[in-house]
Design a protein around this ligand. Sequence first.
Ligand code: NAD
Ligand code: DAU
Length: 351
Amino acid sequence: MKTVLVTGGCGFIGANFLNHFVPRIPDVTFVNIDKLTYAGNPLSVESLQALDNYRFEQVDICDADAVLKVMKRHMPDTVVHFAAESHVDRSIHGPGDFIHTNVVGTLNLLDACRTIWKDFEGKRFHHVSTDEVYGSLGDDGFFTENTPYDPSSPYSASKASSDHLVRAWYRTYGLPVTITNCSNNYGPYQFPEKLIPVMILNVLERKPLPVYGQGLNVRDWLYVTDHCDAIMTVLNKGKVGDTYNVGGNCERANIDVVHAICDIVSDLKNIDRNDSRNLITYVTDRPGHDFRYAIDATKIKAELGWSPSETFETGMRKTVQWYLDNVDWIDGVRSGKYLEWMERNYSQRGK
Ligand code: NAD
Ligand code: DAU
């Protein structure tokens, strides 16, 4: 690896990936291309600006010409593709952007790699994907790499499409690809539209905690830097053409996650735990809400030796503390457009 082009490096996972690896691997140049949508925040990677091995270019991956130009300018040998529209609720309100960015954007990147890479020796296109492509589990079972695709939301359908494109470019053109399908991440820099930051900020501000349905849906939580380590492990040791499922073996019902957040915030701020839990408000469920996700990560553990470092308890404490310590970042992302979204999503959900 000499030059790694990262797409979506100003978003939640991309920023954590860059903040984690750019300072640690000074002989590799990292080029961050990001459109800076509502979810992309240059503040999240501010400390990297001063480093010699970091570059930023504002590029929309839906613009094929711009993608090819930036690729030709930097000639990366490795691409790590994070950029996406990522929020399920937004995909329900407006699926169009999800198809453009997640499907057409991925196509543009795959084609640009095929154009600039005259031979594929030492090259890699890594696609960052989600366990949501597999649909929903019942009470039992786990997603393996062989689970058939069965996406439920416009978001997961668009990610499933992009996974298929990436595999097709491997089978048809021999493009050297790898894919990771990861479960729910949490940690610093997560945009406050997703469950965990919404709940942390609402407990702090003593606002209602909007739990969809009965709060019994189950997600499999992974601390974000453990996901970043898994991606780096696949880049270094993964087999070209292969898919790896990534997860923390950490299933929690949503209501248990919300209780945990209430308790951690209350303890840190000297608030009565029950007063915080009393803020919980059950609201109308998400349409097509997948019941349960659970990853079987045996393959990446056994073949590549990856395992997570954080438990839910240690990761959640770090996360809450990060939101308490980073009020400027939070103020920066909560613009007028953010408030419009919160109003749109939550005002339509009856109790
Ligand atoms: P995010 O929404 O926080 O960030 C997305 C980033 O992509 C932003 O910086 C945004 O500006 C950028 N972007 C969006 N459209 C773009 C475009 N057209 N051109 C260039 N940049 C664009 O997302 P995230 O949570 O960091 O997720 C990153 C990736 O990981 C996504 O592909 C997502 O599907 C996948 N993933 C996320 C999770 C999770 O729990 N968050 C879990 C598994 C997989
Ligand atoms: O599984 C991986 C996926 O995890 C990623 O691919 C997505 O990009 C990421 O957004 C996430 O999707 P989810 O839909 O699982 O995450 P979200 O934080 O939106 O919701 C988590 C659970 O909490 C889900 O069951 C819905 C519920 N929820 C969410 C919000 C925002 C609530 O009960 N209340 C809320 O206000």
